[in-house]
Design a protein around this ligand. Structure first.
Ligand code: ADP
Ligand code: TRP
Length: 321
């Protein structure tokens, strides 16, 4: 059975971009293989220095993933920090990772350019990510284009390890989901926590409606025909409405006589209805923190079985065991 693995940073509430770009594709792959969903709290530490928030987001990440359909009976969901082999393997990998490889990382350069202070963990981030992937001999790593370079770094690290110590790690052949469209945010840019333009998952109706109403549009008059191409409203509607409803909205855009407010109202209702089935499961999980803890502990135990075996192989190869 194929092993499908991804890491999710618990650094804030999930939004529609995370859902359609990462969570839903991962959940769909449960049909084709065994999913490992790692809540990468060690990675989140590179940007989050609020212990209560980190705890809260980590719990929320688990709850939200389970609520939208991650099945803990089939899949393994766990906290990265619960499996100490991640940090340990990272150290060993660091010893063969050339500085130049990390200096070329776009994600690192972007973060520094945006004003995040350049600490060592931010720089070493891809090495920890390589450890996440290599510990589980992952076959498929469904991530968006923005993570492609990180996967290439993981491959380069394997080559270095194997050149130095013999065939100790498996070269991952990750499947990068190029086809996942970028979900636009309220301002039409890529939806992202760091741009403050998100629509969060699991909002109550009132705040959800408020977010949708704040989508930026042009100032076309109510009577004027409007262009559906490139409209954020239409692009988001496509994700949550039936093809027939999308067609109707596009026709109504072109016909004129309807203002953006009404189109936003349709979008709001479609988002609300699309996520309604997940709310009940989510409330159940929120009310049962013990169940969430148990799922995470059980996940960590199953993860450790695989990770400890891989790491022992590495320790033997390098002379630590
Ligand atoms: P953010 O940009 O909000 O910080 P992350 O970088 O933590 O989001 O992304 C987590 C996952 O969600 C990644 O796999 C990423 O590719 C996906 N993702 C994030 N935003 C979007 C988006 N707007 N459209 C599609 N996928 C997205
Ligand atoms: N770097 C990824 C992101 O920001 C998160 C991540 C950490 C990850 N470890 C991983 C993704 C392992 C895939 C596999 O989205």
């Amino acid at each position: 059975m194929k092993r499908i693995l991804t890491g999710i940073q618990p650094s804030g509430a999930f939004h529609l971009g995370n859902y359609f770009g990462a969570m839903r594709p991962l959940i769909e792959t449960q049909e084709r293989g065994q999913v490992f969903a790692i809540i990468v709290d060690l990675h989140a530490l590179t940007s989050l220095r609020d212990p209560a928030a980190l705890r809260e987001y980590t719990r929320r990440a688990a709850i939200d993933f389970l609520a939208v359909g991650l099945d803990p009976a089939r899949s393994v969901i766990f906290r990265q920090s619960d499996v100490h082999e991640h940090a340990e393997l990272m150290w060993v990998l660091s010893t063969v990772t050339p500085m130049g490889l990390l200096e070329r990382s776009h994600a690192y350069k972007d973060k520094v350019a945006r004003g995040l202070s350049a600490n060592h963990a931010l720089f070493a981030y891809p090495v920890l990510m390589a450890a996440d992937i290599l510990l589980y001999d992952a076959d498929i790593v469904p991530v968006g284009k923005d993570q492609k370079q990180h996967l290439e770094i993981a491959r380069d690290i394997v080559v270095k390890m194997n050149e130095t110590y013999g065939e100790v790690l498996k070269l991952p052949e990750p499947e990068i989901s190029e086809d996942v469209a970028t979900v636009p945010g309220l301002d039409g840019q890529k939806m992202s926590k760091s741009y403050g333009n998100t629509i969060e998952l699991f909002l109550e109706d009132k705040p959800l409606r408020k977010r949708v109403m704040s989508i930026v549009t042009d100032s076309a008059a109510l009577e004027a025909p409007k262009d559906p191409n490139g409209s954020t409203i239409v692009d988001l509607y496509r994700l949550v409405a039936t093809p027939a409803d999308v067609q109707r909205m596009k026709d109504d855009f072109r016909a004129g006589g309807i203002g953006y407010g009404e189109f936003k109202q349709r979008l709001f209702e479609a988002i609300r209805d699309h996520f309604a089935p997940f709310h009940e499961r989510r409330e159940e999980l929120v009310a049962n923190p013990d169940e969430v803890d148990r799922i995470l502990e059980d996940g960590a135990e199953r993860a450790r079985e695989v990770a400890s075996e891989t790491y022992l192989r590495v320790k033997q190869a390098v002379g630590l065991a």
